[in-house]
Design a protein around this ligand. Structure first.
Ligand SMILES: Cc1ncc(C[n+]2csc(CCOP(=O)(O)OP(=O)(O)O)c2C)c(N)n1
Length: 515
């Protein structure tokens, strides 16, 4: 058995069964090993941003890592932005990155680069395998690292000769350390704050936004009057009718400031202190009032369910009835097709148990308001602010959950970064309905210009934020990659297309032509 085969067998033994790939010469032995070893699902992405974004989407829904296969430093570099997003989502990902054979590394060849240097800022763990006999153990360690805490990015660099030389065989799965538990002092402080009569907000992220944590938090809120809030960006939230009411910190600074204006004590459960997305002249960075006390109950890597059970027990909240969203029977929008109309129709028609991937940017401002009462669903959003994640993330989510419908809301500007994901959706026959919000501009940035104090942008500045000359033909782009598509410019037409797309299997793209 060569090193490459020992690597693939080790990944499978460690429960890594999907590999998103974009290989080159240095990874050919790995590619060949995929043939010899049955069981690994290999999914080709035509750009590395698709590969890494899909690994993120997969991990969010499967709760276990996929592997990526990337071609040396430049291949990894092409995938960095979505690894950044995955890192912020705390998704477990195992990157396998090719490298020149050890004896070839000293030469100044075209692809020679500092692979570890590219990997380090987005990876929690980086390791270059020294030889073929170490590779299996290194791979088991990479998976263990990826599965530790809430999820980590592990990058294993594979010099070509470690793949082709003789190996000893696969390595067994290694278990990560159990998640750390909340400190009793933090729990005591939180309880004292809740009992003090001050206005307490419990801000959550990570696993806390999924069951059984949500119900525990809902019980604590019902029993004590603590207000629940989620971080602005979260990897995965269980939302919709019948689910616990947890608003999120708004994106616009003024709205975030007023949402947090009357907080005396902020309890953080797997969440970061609420800093605004960007700094703006004359506005604060921290959204809580200056005299607000912040108590960190547990970090995202910790056992959040344990912390919530502990709090609920101490507070006598274990039987309180939590506040849940009403399941609302909504009617789809009618008339002109605006961004709000799309959100209303999507919310009204969303099937139960759907996965809603959101990179709708400014068009999705009203999405939460409408989907509070939708059929229960999982909500996935951009966590690292690097656009170009939506279409790959939907692709990975669909591979993780083949029995669930994926609805992918995509800005036309964001969509253009990684639209090759559509080809992968077609090739793998994935059940993804993509709605492109075609407003022909970087609309959010037009508002941001004003936000940073530029009231009268000149023609050149405006031209940097418009994508209408030439107009992008999304139906043609989708068809060119094997995805059936149609355009809508009225709400009725959108509803017809969306309904039909939900009823049929396989990918479909709707270009929602917005004003
Ligand atoms: C990787 C990356 N590059 C650039 C940006 C800056 N940026 C933020 S939003 C945006 C435009 C988004 O356009 P679109 O998806 O059409 O949404 P809209 O603004 O029209 O709602 C850009 C370029 C970014 N966030 N990430």
């Amino acid at each position: 058995m060569n090193g490459a085969e020992s690597l693939v067998r080790t990944l499978l033994a460690s429960n890594v069964e999907v590999c998103f790939t974009n290989p080159g010469t240095s990874e050919m032995h790995f590619v060949a090993a995929l043939d010899t070893v049955p069981g690994m699902r290999c999914v080709l992405g035509l750009f590395e941003g698709v590969v890494t974004g899909a690994a993120d989407g997969y991990a969010r829904m499967a709760d276990r890592p996929a592997a990526t296969l990337l071609h040396l430093g430049p291949g990894l570099a092409n995938g960095l932005a979505n690894l950044h997003n995955a890192r912020k989502a705390r998704s477990p990902v195992v990157n396998i990155v090719g490298e020149h054979a050890m004896h070839h590394r000293g030469y100044e060849t075209p692809l020679a680069s500092d692979v570890e240097g590219f990997a380090r800022p987005v990876s929690h763990w980086v390791h270059t395998s020294p030889d073929s006999r170490s590779l299996a153990g290194d791979a088991a360690e990479a998976v263990r690292q990826a599965r530790s805490g809430a999820g980590k990015i592990a990058t294993l660099i594979l010099p070509a000769d470690t793949a082709w030389n003789e190996a000893d065989g696969p390595a067994p799965m290694r278990e990560p350390a159990p998640r750390a538990r909340a400190d009793s002092r933090a729990i005591a402080q939180a309880i004292a704050a809740i009992r003090s009569g001050r206005r307490v907000t419990l801000m959550m992220s990570g696993r806390a936004l999924r069951e059984p944590c949500l119900t525990l938090a809902g019980r604590i809120a019902a029993a004590t009057g603590v207000r629940l809030l989620s971080q602005q960006s979260n990897a995965r939230v269980e939302r919709g009718g019948g689910r616990i009411v947890v608003p999120r910190v708004p994106y616009p600074v003024d709205q975030a400031l007023s949402a947090l204006a009357d907080v005396d004590v902020l309890l953080l459960l797997g969440a970061n202190p609420p800093a605004s997305f960007f700094a703006y002249p004359g506005k604060p960075s921290m959204m809580t009032p200056p005299n607000c006390e912040t108590i960190r109950i547990a970090e995202a890597d910790d056992d959040l369910e344990h912390a919530l059970r502990w709090l609920a027990d101490e507070l006598g909240a274990t039987n309180a009835a939590p506040l849940v969203n009403d399941a609302i029977c909504m009617t789809p929008a009618a008339g002109a097709l605006t961004a709000e109309a799309v959100m209303q129709s999507v919310a009204a028609m969303l099937p139960a148990n759907a996965i809603l991937c959101d990179e709708s940017v400014s068009s999705g401002r009203s999405l939460f308001r409408y989907t509070d009462g939708s059929a229960p669903h999982d909500y996935l959003q951009l966590t690292g602010g690097a656009i170009g994640e939506g279409l790959p993330m939907a692709t990975g989510a669909a591979i993780a959950c083949p029995d669930r419908k994926v609805v992918s809301l995509e800005g036309d500007g964001s969509g253009m970064y990684t639209l090759q994901a559509l080809w992968t959706q077609a090739r793998e026959r994935l059940d993804v309905v993509t709605v492109v919000l075609a407003n022909r501009g970087y609309r959010i940035l037009q508002g941001e210009l004003k936000g940073v104090g530029i009231d009268k942008p000149g023609e050149r500045a405006q031209r940097m934020l418009a994508i209408e000359d030439p107009v992008l033909d999304w139906t043609a782009l989708a068809r060119g990659m094997g995805v059936e598509a149609a355009a809508a410019d009225t709400a009725e037409r959108f509803n017809d297309l969306f309904g039909a797309a939900l009823r049929r299997p396989g990918p479909f793209l709707i270009e929602a032509r917005l004003p």
